[in-house]
Design a protein around this ligand. Structure first.
Ligand SMILES: *[C@@H]1O[C@H](CO)[C@@H](O)[C@H](O)[C@H]1NC(C)=O
Ligand SMILES: *[C@@H]1O[C@H](CO)[C@@H](O)[C@H](O)[C@H]1NC(C)=O
Ligand SMILES: [Zn+2]
Length: 418
């Protein structure tokens, strides 16, 4: 908290100072370097930023973006995707509905095989990079490591016939670190739906040039969904619909990676029927009960508007009732997890699900606790480490792996041959 306040004061001082002073040895940032080897970040570069409650995006510099973030302001950096969501209104009228989850046996058999040791080993490596900042060399290296880890898991655990249905790809961006997309093709010749499970692979320090191990934010979500993927392919998962795992770059820069991916899918009219984001899955604050936070703002809602509309038009509510993806996600927690859900809110543009929602796709966000009890004290600092406190729980992370497994099976569909 203290460092954040100090940093804010320093950054504020710099904002009021001409940017040319950055090159000066007497940098007003003192201990805060304004450059670092391997970084490609120009603090004076102009960006187009969409803020909550404003009709039009505003122009600000990278430095002003960083400053806004320190103040807790969330935003979409729309510089490269100004038209994401231009077709969202078309999608909104034909939202998918979600029948009750019922593939209990298949889900349970896989969640029993998930292993905490894999979460530990994966996160140990993933947090060993100095930072996973999207405009840094180590950020690129960490992404390459993730790609190679996914490839290794697929080689080791997927059968030869399953391997034929899996593609592992880098989704390139204008900055060095790519997003990573893994797809398991669906067996259905008619259902073109896609189920997406996501996390963000980048990390940042409040001052981006400083170290950012990013254990909880979002190494935890990245590893939770990776272990879900491992469990699924090891069990020979053959979904009816395509199921994709996404690790987004540049969430911390204003949801840049996920917006670029969602924009590409929108452009190809990809039928994403459900997207679930995992961002921070490890923290159980001392003195609190272990829970799963279900975000209820800026996600696929229980549509009050739709049911009112139905009443006005004289439809019976039961025939038009649509279970929202958020309600569906709660049912999965009740069925398959050892801990209960709790509703919570995280505000505008708080993680990558928001990019999908902007594109008109149903998306949800599940987090480690209520937003208030999440890991505010350590994220975006050098202290976002898994060994900082016993409040960092790999057992808790595994609950989110279970949720991702159930999301993939129940929404992807799986008719086992036996
Ligand atoms: C679950 O229900 C769907 C229809 O809602 C059905 O197609 C599917 O076969 C069911 N799965 C199981 C395992 O019963
Ligand atoms: C998966 O399906 C898509 C579209 O049908 C196809 O283009 C692609 O080659 C398939 N991928 C694999 C790995 O078979
Ligand atoms: Zn995050």
């Amino acid at each position: 908290m203290k460092t954040a306040a100090l940093l804010l004061a320093l950054v504020s001082a710099v904002v009021a100072t001409p940017l040319s002073l950055f090159d000066n040895a007497q940098s007003p940032l003192g201990d805060f370097p304004t450059t670092y080897p391997g970084f490609d970040l120009d603090l004076s570069a102009p960006r187009l930023v969409q803020l909550d409650g404003q009709d039009e995006p505003v122009t600000m510099t990278e430095l002003e973006k960083i400053q806004a973030k320190v103040r807790g302001i969330r935003f979409f950096d729309v510089t490269e995707t100004p038209d994401l969501g231009s077709l969202a209104h078309l999608r909104a009228v034909q939202k998918p509905s979600y029948p009750a989850p019922n593939n209990t046996q298949a889900v349970r058999s896989i969640i029993d095989t998930l292993e905490i040791q894999n979460l530990r080993d994966g996160l140990d490596k993933f947090t060993s990079f100095r930072t996973r900042y999207y405009r840094s060399e180590t950020g690129k290296e960490s992404q390459r490591w993730l790609l190679s880890k996914i490839t290794e898991i697929t080689e080791k655990f997927a059968s030869d016939s399953l391997k034929d249905e899996i593609s592992i790809q880098e989704f390139p961006h204008s900055w060095a670190q790519s997003s990573v997309i893994v797809r398991i093709n669906g067996t259905s010749p008619t259902d073109d739906g896609v189920v997406v499970i996501g996390a963000h692979l980048d990390s940042t320090n409040s001052w981006p040039f400083l170290p950012a191990p990013g254990a909880d934010d979002d190494g935890s979500g990245s590893m939770s969904i990776l272990e879900a993927y491992r469990g699924l392919v090891a069990a020979g998962f053959r979904p009816e619909r395509a199921v994709e795992f996404h690790w987004y770059s540049a969430e911390e820069g204003g949801l840049l990676g996920s917006q670029a991916v969602a924009r590409a899918y929108e452009g190809r009219n990809v039928n994403v029927v459900a997207m679930s984001q995992y961002d921070m899955t490890a923290w159980v604050k001392r003195g609190t009960r272990e829970q799963v936070g279900i975000i209820t703002d800026f996600v696929d809602p229980e549509s009050v508007f739709q049911s009112m509309f139905a009443v006005v038009l004289g439809f019976s509510p039961s025939s038009t009732h649509r279970c929202s993806l958020t309600e569906y996600n709660k049912k999965l927690v009740e069925l398959y997890l050892n801990i209960p859900w709790v509703e919570t809110k995280c505000g505008y543009a708080c993680s990558d699900h928001a990019s999908w929602r902007k594109g008109g796709y149903p998306s949800v966000f599940t987090i480690e606790a209520t937003f208030e009890n999440s890991n505010h004290g350590n994220i975006h600092s050098a202290n976002d480490r898994y060994d900082i406190s016993d409040e960092f729980s790999f057992e808790h992370m595994l609950e989110f792996s279970k949720l991702a497994v159930s999301f993939a099976i129940e929404l992807g569909g799986w008719k086992k041959a036996d």
